[in-house]
Design a protein around this ligand. Structure first.
Ligand SMILES: [Zn+2]
Length: 398
């Protein structure tokens, strides 16, 4: 039996915000509190007995039987197309199914979820028309959903709409790699536009050389600047957040607030964009956040590593597996802060002992259907867990 779990997962992770809680932009005070993370929607699941095979009525004639067989075949072809990532083809087939049998809730749901998945791919496009088309594509999808699933999807679409509304009057500029959007009325931003693009280009060039890939060629990346208030409202993240990446880089920026720390914010989020495009979509959170922090500066400073180590002193040591998924699921704010610190520490430890190239190979593992654990064992000859334990000993002793 096929399920639509894959598309649900993709749709859900498309909203998964990657963020970090330690850095703040000028004027964006952390208010003396640790971050409260807003979890993204959880992956949706089909109940075990849910079957995307349509409940076409029993045929009363051979013509009806033929149609029923045809619908089943189209539905199956659509699921196969989704597996291959051919979403537009799947939508076309499912549309045919729904037209032939408009009353079947399973077919309607399949079509709705396929549309949602396609919209998720378009909503972060640098092309405004494509973003508008994404919203049109999901106009009626809620009609075919129910219960928790409907609520989760409704919240996601609502956030997309709120952003589109807010950004409707934004200025846009850019170059062949980045599209920069911002409120043209916000003081200081227009004057800083060239400077911001310059910082992004420099970081992109450096990362491209270090990672041996330039993944933005042919597909520009959106970078949207918000006032801190709008950033909080539209991302659901608190004032502590330095930025977010959810397919688009989103950065809160205070009036006239471009300062030196902006570089590390942009570099952090740009790293997530590289990981999203090179990591095959399965990079564990510790590696994704570890690398993003590791690349915030050209070279991570020993002072920063010392601070990371100190922040973990006396705390229970998490398992590497527990740091594999979005840190917001850790729940406890202190644990989340430590998760960031340990991730940076472990990434730096691996780079220090085995070379930066090894860390990048771990990040790229998912793109070849492998995992960091497998790549580490193959290249280094023992388990990644042993390196994790070695770092723990090291952090405890020094
Ligand atoms: Zn991050």
């Amino acid at each position: 039996m096929r399920t639509l779990l894959t598309i649900l997962l993709v749709a859900a992770t498309g909203m998964g915000l990657l963020f970090f809680g330690r850095r703040v932009l000028k004027g964006v005070e952390p208010r003396g509190t640790v971050p409260v993370l807003t979890p993204g929607p959880k992956p949706l699941e089909l109940s075990p007995d849910s079957n995307p095979t349509p409940g076409v009525p029993e045929p009363a004639s051979s013509a009806a039987a033929d149609l029923r067989a045809e619908i089943l075949d189209w539905n199956q072809q659509a699921l196969d197309a989704l597996d291959r990532g051919e979403i537009l083809r799947a939508i076309e087939l499912l549309q045919r199914c729904v037209e032939a049998n408009p009353d079947d809730p399973v077919l309607a749901r399949n079509l709705a979820l396929a549309r949602l998945r396609q919209a998720g791919l378009m909503i972060d496009s640098a092309d405004l028309e494509e973003r508008v088309a994404a919203l049109e594509l999901v106009e009626n999808v809620l009609d075919a959903l129910e219960g928790d699933e409907r609520e989760t999807v409704a919240a996601r679409i609502e956030r997309w709409r709120a952003r589109a509304d807010h950004e409707g009057s934004f200025f846009s500029s850019g170059n062949r790699r980045f599209e920069l959007s911002y409120d043209g009325e916000q003081q200081g931003l227009r004057a800083s536009e060239t400077d911001l693009l310059d910082r992004l280009d420099k970081a992109y060039q450096e990362f491209g050389e270090r990672l041996g890939a330039f993944p933005l060629e042919g597909k520009r990346l959106r970078v949207v600047l918000y006032s801190p208030e709008a950033f909080t409202r539209l991302t659901g993240l608190g004032h502590w957040a330095g930025g977010a990446f959810d397919g688009t880089i989103r950065v809160p920026i205070r009036t006239g607030g471009i300062d030196s720390r902006l570089d590390s914010v942009l570099r952090h989020e740009l790293t997530h964009a590289f990981v999203a495009r090179l990591g095959g979509g399965s990079t564990p959170a510790w590696l994704n956040e570890g690398l993003a922090q590791f690349l915030e500066e050209r070279q991570v400073s020993s002072l920063r590593l010392k601070a990371a180590k100190l922040s973990c002193r006396g705390a229970p040591w998490p398992s590497l597996t527990s740091l594999g998924t979005n840190f917001s699921t850790l729940g406890d704010e202190t644990a989340i802060r430590r998760a960031y610190a340990i991730s940076l520490g472990f990434t730096a430890y691996l780079a220090d002992n085995y070379g930066e190239e090894l860390v990048l190979d771990l990040m790229r593992a998912g793109a070849t259907g492998s995992s960091p654990e497998v790549v580490f064992r193959r290249q280094i000859g023992f388990d990644l867990g042993a390196a994790w334990e070695d770092m723990r000993q090291n952090w405890l002793q020094h």
